[in-house]
Each structure stands twice: as C-alpha cells, then as structure tokens.
Ligand binder design. Sequence first.
Ligand code: NAD
Length: 464
Amino acid sequence: MAASTREKGAPQIADGYLDLVNGGAGKSLAKKLGLPQPVRLRRTDPASVDVPLTPGPVLVVGDGDDADTLARTLLGWDVDVRRASAGEPVPDAERWGAVVVVLTELATPADAAGPVLTTASVLRSLARCARVVTVSRRADATDEPALAAARQGVDGFLRSLAKELRAGATGNGIVVADGVPLAAPSVAGALRFLLSARSAFVDGQLVQVDSAAGAVPADWTRSLEGKVAVVTGAARGIGASIAHVLARDGARVLGVDVPAAGESLAAVMNEVRGTALQLDITSDGAGAAILERARRAYGGLDVVVHNAGVLRDKLLANMKPEQWDAVVAVNLTAQLAINADLMAAGLPGLSIVSLASTSGIAGNRGQTNYAFSKAGVIGATRSFAPLLATSGGRANAVAPGFIETDMTASIPFVPRQMARRASSLAQGGLPVDVAETVAFLASPQAGGITGQVLRVCGQNLVGQ
Ligand code: NAD
C-alpha cells in the first residue's frame, strides 16, 4: 500500500509517486530522468486556516493608481509588500511569496513588455508554492482593437506562464470589468483567495469580477458567519469536505444525502454541528423540502451547494437508457427543479454554487452522459446568474479535475497515475481544494462574481 503524504495539519493524500520524488534517492532519480516532480502543496486544513497568507513577501509590479490601490489592500492584511516599477529589473534576491502583476492600464500590446519583463526577472526567486497573480481589465467586443488585443493578450500570457512555474507555484488572474474600481470587494476577495493556500489546486485560471457588489468580511477567517448553507451529497467525498469548510468559515450547514447514506451523513453533520436531511434530490418537491428544513432549523437559506452527483460511465455505443437518464436526473435536472423552487420562494441574496467538471468542458471518453450533465450545469449557471441578480443573488460553478476521492481511487493504476500527472502541478487535487473554492464563491467577498466557472484542476492539460 502506498505511504501517505502528510504535512503538519495538512489533509491526507495516497499518492506513492509524490512521496517517492519528495525524498532522497527518488528525488535525484526523477530529476536525472526528467520525470515529473510534483511537490507537496501548501494547503489549509478543513478545520483551521492557520497558515500565513503567502510563503514570503509580495512584490507588486506596476506604478499607477491601481498598483497603489492593490498595495494598500495587501498592507491592510499585514503582508510584507514591496513595489517594482514596470520595465525595471528587481535587484533584491528575495524568495518571493507572490508577485502581483498590475496590467489594468494596458492600452496597446506594446505596453505589456515592461511589467512582463519585470515579472520575468523574479521568476527564479519564487518561494515554494508561490503565487503569480495578474490583475487586468476585461476585453470587450466594443473595445478599440488595440485595447482589446492587449487585454485579451493577458489571458494567453497568464495561462502559458502558469505552465512554466515550478515547485507548486501557481499563476492565476483577476479580470476586472471597466468601471469596477480595484478597491471593489471582489477584487480584494479574489486576490486574497488566489494568494492564499486555499487556492492550492487552482492554476492557470482567470477570475472575472463584473461588479463592485459584495462586502469584505470583518474577519477573513469567518467569511460565512451567520449564513445558512445547504450542501447536497454531503455524506462523503467532496460534499463532506465542503460541509467542513463552510462550517469552519462560520456557516450553519444543512447536509442532504440519500437515505442509504444516512449514517455517514449523520456522522458528517455531527462533526460540523449541522443538520442532516435524508432526501433523494430527484424526488418531487425536493426544493420545498430543503427550504422547509432550512427555515425550521436555522430560519432561512443563503447558500446552496449542488454537489450530489453520480457516474454511469459507458461508451455511447453501449449506453443503456437508464444509465443516461440517472446521470442527467441527479446531476442536472434535480438542480434545475430545486433552483426553480428556491427562486419561487423569493429568497433575497441567494448564492448558488454548482459542481461541474472538466469533463463537461473538455469531454472525456466513456462519459457522454456525465459530460452532458456537467456542461449542462455550466449552461444553467450562466442562465441563472441574471435571473438571480434581480433579487441580489448569484450563481457560479466549480469544475474539478482529478480529485483524490473514493471515486478516483477505483480507477485502474496506470490511467490513475497518468491522470494525476497530466496537469501543471503533476498531481491530483484533494476534496478540500474544491471545498475552499466553493466557500470562496459562496461568500459575500465574491459578490461581484457571478455566472462564472472556476476550474480546480491544477491546470489540467486537457481542453481550454
Ligand atoms: P461521491 O460519489 O464520493 O459523492 C457523491 C455524494 O452524492 C454521495 O454521498 C451520494 O450518496 C450523493 N448522491 C448521489 N445521488 C444523490 C441523490 N439523488 N440525492 C442526494 N444525494 C445523492 O462523489 P465526489 O467524488 O465527492 O464528487 C462530488 C461532486 O463533484 C459530484 O458532482 C462530481 O460529479 C463532482 N466531481 C468530482 C470529481 C472527482 O475527481 N472526484 C471531478 C469532477 C467533478
């Protein structure tokens, strides 16, 4: 049996290769043979967020007003902040914990060279599990061509840089719509999430902030304080981890799962001091039953996490009707019906986060039914976003890649190893990585983020 990999307070991973290349002879051999060298990622614990925000000082590249604003935000978090002018190399040989590259003032493609080359000068001095975060403006079809080109260029730059980073470092971007100030709550919220250990397995992604809505929490470790959250499929795996992380961040949790999983659901809800509801989400009136229980137990409902999901993998040529139907019913139709019930109840400020999958973005052999359902979740999320906005609500999706769960443990050895290595971080993610991302999107500091799909896949080398 593979030895487990565990740092103090960190969750458990059963990835023998990760252990092998992080110790003595295995490490030198992997280096010599040019094999992938995944490192143990800096993570929070589902029970505690007691790790420094970044593993070293933060360099802000840029000298305009927006760079000043972001530097002030960072200083407000007691971070050791240094500044660098675009186009100037950085002399100091620090081990940087993060680099924040401010690209909001790009007007033409020529403007990118300065900040990009300053960033290049520190890439060899990044700490283990460092972060590079670009902050740029959203390119719109109505932008003048040179402006749109420069803004969209950031997308390709960031995604390529993320593939070049090593030693657990990640590269992600924040893309801010015109008119939204850099002091907006969700710019701060996204920056803090992407810099922190909470985003360990989010890599090569761009988080879009479309409005100045939302609020920064009084206490960043309790950003869901006072919120009531329902989590479907909470009895095990990713759902159980989501319940733990939401509760850690201050939410009161109503966990839902099928009656057959009642015992495990009760155990998880005991751990998080939540309430268990045994319910098949495909049953008639599931939405009304959830709302009724949430109101009875906690007096309301603020956050819905649609996590319950099933697989019935088959090549389409061998697909039986019941295999197609079961997957679409649980993964997609049930969410649509529950959301319709909740919206009919007129809940103000409802925040919905749905579990999609990279299979629904890039496709996966043997998963036509599952990928249909998960791509459907993405379509529904985009459609629910403007519908919910009328009552101050939001809808977002999280698309996990390869996550170490009971489900992926059952994949045969060779394809499992290949799936783990086929990402920029060369390892699988953990349920807590998905849970942290769900918690971020659910929280008020993401109030300016809606209709988005955020991948938690270590920049899986498939699809977009
Ligand atoms: P899991 O199979 O371990 O857990 C799913 C839970 O959903 C179970 O407790 C199950 O009882 C519950 N459930 C199933 N049908 C239900 C129903 N009709 N009503 C109520 N509860 C029901 O799965 P997981 O690996 O933890 O995945 C959680 C979510 O993340 C799923 O939506 C899955 O598609 C998605 N996802 C997982 C991965 C991965 O690598 N594990 C990757 C991408 C997406």
